[in-house]
Design a protein around this ligand. Structure first.
Ligand code: B12
Ligand code: SF4
Length: 510
């Protein structure tokens, strides 16, 4: 008889392909295992589905990133533990990696996978199936409780992704994960690599992958895409891994593969590093454009050279400008992500308002310059949300940041909100206003609007026109205070999202 394995993705806001869950099934033998993947996108009544599927199952696995997805992971784990007390529950993903002890100490979490999951999960399933608990300490990357004492096995060294087979495409209903974006109507998210070779001081990735980067070959990606095409017709891909552009030859081969196989799609939100991209050959840029590259997302992080040096970015503000010029030449949009409020010396030594004013002035200048270079350039800004295992985390604590104390509290630690005392509410409003202006001026809402019923379009089109006009004024006069226009826009968006939940006009990740 087959073993039933039930897997759940706890990020309820996320509408995209459950990449982590698909990945961990790669090494599971389909003849022996009956795998059920449950997401809120595919199962709006996911709780009922989980409870029904867990009946007679071998284990229940949850993929969870830090922040609000912890809440639903807790709720569901408690629910399953209550109904099936002996069913092993394993958490994997970024929450398990970032806060292993805090997570595992809870009674409703039995095991953790604290790194790359493909091999760890298959060894774990074998152990459960064969009732071979004597071998538990041999499973790298697994953490568990032994008479209440937390034990972490050896870390798992990231393995070559090409040594794993593709996942079974029938595990999910692909059309449920098509998203509407500013470059396509039917866009899928994919990842083609794991880890990251860089060492940014605010990021939890270097501690996880130990600066290793493992990637699928271009041939493997193209062959996977062909299989996905046989399941669903997509017109775009978001390649959302940490860094798609690490090896130029892989990128060249991938673009050639897309072109030769006539994919005719757009590529967006493709993550890359400024310092690497500026070294790319002109011919590669031409090829990227020809293959359909719509936009690149870079971690510009700061508009200040000294800050970039302090966070070990190994890239410069000058390179951000240079990359913007290259992108303009090839008509590729550039999305630059910035982090405000990193615990840099200015916040230690100066009045925090003065430190913010300098930081904000530099960012608005960068944005204006980039906008003048190309009107499609966009800035996204995050307020720094400290997470363990990075040098900046310790600095944040020195500066007064108080971390949540237990898993429930971490579930209230919304990573998209502000938790650092050195950025005031008034300043958060300014940052949000700048993000709003940049979004209004750069995002092409065409695909979104097309999907709306006519009755809604009548309101939405003029509203977007007015929002765009006011944003231009704000940019011209550097005015980011009293952003009433953005409040109205976000109120309308909130209402729309509510309607969308009921009527499902479009599939979008919040
Ligand atoms: C896609 C993505 C998103 C998507 C979807 C997130 C999601 N719920 O899956 C969206 C756009 C929604 C998103 C948003 C955000 N994200 Co994000 N995102 C990513 C990204 C780029 C890829 C994730 C992914 O699918 N990887 C592919 C899979 C195959 O790899 P994986 O997730 O690492 O999974 C492997 C293992 O962890 C393990 N595993 C995972 N799950 C499970 C489950 C089981 C049972 C087992 C056994 C093993 C296992 O096995 C897998 C295969 O090896 C990661 C970066 C990264 N490199 O992972 C950041 C990342 C997860 N995001 C991050 C952050 C900070 C955010 C935001 C806060 C950004 C922001 N400021 O707005 C928001 C918050 C979202 C929220 N709801 O709170 C951080 C998370 C830090 C943390 N400790 O949790 C990351 C790590 C980026 C970074 N380096 O800082 N994100
Ligand atoms: S911020 Fe991006 S480039 Fe820097 S270490 Fe993290 S994943 Fe790598």
């Amino acid at each position: 008889m087959k073993n039933k394995i039930v897997l759940f993705s706890s990020d309820l806001q996320y509408a995209g392909v459950p990449m982590a869950l698909l990945a961990v099934t790669k090494l599971l033998d389909k003849k022996e295992n009956d795998i059920k993947i449950i997401t809120s996108a595919e199962y709006p009544k996911y709780k009922e589905e989980i409870l029904a599927q867990c009946e007679g199952a071998l284990c229940f696995g949850i993929s969870c990133i830090s922040g609000t997805p912890i809440k639903s992971a807790i709720e569901v784990s408690k629910m399953v533990k209550e109904k099936y007390p002996s069913l092993p529950i394993i958490w994997g993903g970024w929450q398990a990696i970032t806060l292993p002890d805090v997570t595992l100490q809870e009674p409703y979490v039995d095991y953790l996978c604290t790194g790359q999951g493909e091999r760890t999960f298959s060894e774990f399933i074998r152990m459960l199936r064969e009732n071979d608990f004597g071998s538990i300490d041999k499973i790298d990357g697994l953490s568990y409780k032994n008479n209440g004492v937390i034990t972490h096995n050896n870390r798992r060294v990231p393995e070559d992704l090409n040594s794993f087979p593709d996942f079974d495409l029938d595990l999910i209903e692909w059309d449920k994960y098509l998203e509407v974006t500013d470059f396509g109507n039917n866009v899928l998210r994919i990842v083609t690599s794991y880890g990251c070779p860089y060492r940014c001081g605010f990021c939890c990735e270097p501690n996880n992958s130990k600066r290793q980067w493992k990637s699928l070959t271009a041939e493997r990606i193209i062959s996977l895409l062909k299989k996905i095409r046989s399941k669903v017709d997509f017109d775009g891909l978001m390649i959302v891994e940490n860094n798609f552009f690490v090896r130029e030859q892989r990128v060249i081969d991938f673009c050639n593969g897309l072109i030769e196989n006539g994919f005719n799609i757009k590529l967006g939100q493709v993550n890359g590093r400024t310092n690497k991209l500026v070294t790319y050959k002109e011919s590669t840029w031409g090829l990227l454009k020809q293959a359909g590259l719509h936009d690149i997302l870079i971690g510009a992080e700061s508009a200040n050279e000294e800050t970039l040096r302090l966070i070990n970015k190994d890239a410069t503000v000058e390179q951000t400008y240079l990359l913007s010029r290259i992108c303009r030449k090839y008509e590729i949009k550039l999305i630059a992500s910035i982090i405000v409020g990193l615990p840099i010396p200015a916040y230690f030594s100066e009045n925090s308002q003065d430190a913010f004013d300098v930081e904000f002035r530099e960012i608005t200048k960068l944005y204006k310059d980039l906008f003048l270079l190309d009107r499609n350039n966009r800035l996204i800004i995050f307020i720094y949300a400290p997470l363990p295992f990075s040098p900046m985390y310790e600095r944040a604590i020195e500066l007064g940041f108080r971390p949540p104390k237990n898993l429930e509290e971490w579930g209230n630690y919304d990573l998209t909100e502000t938790h650092i005392g050195w950025i005031s509410k008034k300043n958060i409003v300014k940052v949000q206003a700048l993000v709003y202006v940049s979004s209004m001026l750069a995002i092409d809402f065409k695909y979104l609007v097309q999907k709306l019923p006519i009755i809604l379009r009548v309101f939405v089109i003029p509203m977007l026109g007015i929002a765009n006009w006011v944003s231009k004024l704000r940019l011209r006069y550097d005015c980011y205070s009293f952003p009433l226009d953005s409040y109205m826009f976000y109120a309308a968006l909130k209402l729309f999202k509510r309607l969308n939940k009921t009527y499902k006009f479009i599939n979008i990740t919040n």
